[in-house]
Design a protein around this ligand. Sequence first.
Ligand code: AMP
Ligand code: GLY
Length: 423
Amino acid sequence: MKVLIVGSGGREHAIAYSVSLSDKVDKIYCAPGNAGISEYAECVAISAMEFDKLVDFSVENQIDLVIVGMDDPLVGGLVDELEAAGIRAFGPRKNAAILEGSKAFSKDLMKKYNIPTAGYENFDNPEAALDYLETAKFPIVLKADGLALGKGVLICSTLEEAKEGVKTIMLDKQFGDSGNAMVIEEFMTGREVSVLSFVDGKTIKTMTSAQDHKRAKDGDQGLNTGGMGTFSPSPFYTKEVEDFCNKYVYQATVDAMRAEGREFKGIIFFGLMLTSEGPKVLEYNARFGDPEAQVVLPRMKNDIIEVVEACIDGTLDQIDLQFEDNAAVCVVLASDGYPVAYEKGIPITGFEEFKKHEGYYCFHAGTKFDGDQIVTNGGRVLGITAKGKDLKEARKNAYAATEWIQFANKYMRNDIGKAIDEA
Ligand code: AMP
Ligand code: GLY
């Protein structure tokens, strides 16, 4: 079959890699893709938000399955448009992608269906938000309602900061229209765990757990980024936590979406915080995590196409989802200065080493070809993933592999997976 993957980051590279392992697949396209993805897929110069062009391309090229990797096209309704043209697509329809697309929606859903999450209030007018803050407890968390490239969350320690935050989100519209509405929620503390799952509308199968490192600098300092590294599994995701989430979070979310007439098919990514009162949902995403996919997919034993088709067909209950009994660590190589200002177009060397070593992966996030040379083309450039028998070995292997790659303004965190030592 012919598969089209929509997206251009490290996540889509990991998806393309998994799809390339399937016996069912003859040809992979990726729109728009990147230099690394072109090893497995023919990259097509259509951006993820050019819905008409993506639909036309899929029809003309008789694409059998489209896998949408990114949040914006899902929230914008790409799956609905593909389906209307008779193309099979993997990912939630627009009315279900709202689970990620509106934080106010997801908070109300959790409240209505008793799914554990931080206490909150929704606001669509800044005056009411400012009034509310006058009697609130600090620190407090402000969240732009809509998609904001992972940046629309402000943790405010004082009333002054929070007032400034309301201005940033709702008046200055620093995150654009995603700040038309806002959630103000209780600040929680605890370890964060990412649990990704396949969902077919009624059945949910969770994948192995992972943890992301969102801050730019060592010791979780610096600005929030798209993610500087991940490890999988999380040693903090114990059997007890899993049992709790099976009982109160996972199936409850899928059932809630069905009950609302918003049947969810695709990936639900549960961002959990393990608080002293038990696990609570920080956020939902409607897609694979980036860079969580880069540590989860290389450990998956199943043929990804079989699982994806089962989600679309509503037969996920027949799939025995299995992961390798090992670990993986992904260290992101970024351009120095990310997430603020950085140079692009810098030549990268060292890719050939990855061909010589099994269990090592170089997932491209921001790269492109300049003639025959691969050059940097973004803040996050590469995700270096390595497996190991356990987390410690995987981390040692991943950091060793970061040495294989050279580019002039290479930057990485040196403490990805350090929490493993505390487990
Ligand atoms: P979100 O996009 O909602 O996951 O938020 C981004 C990050 O902000 C999370 O990964 C947490 O580290 C932090 N965060 C979000 N909500 C809260 C909260 N209620 N309490 C503490 N930290 C939070
Ligand atoms: N790594 C977090 C995310 O993909 O949203």
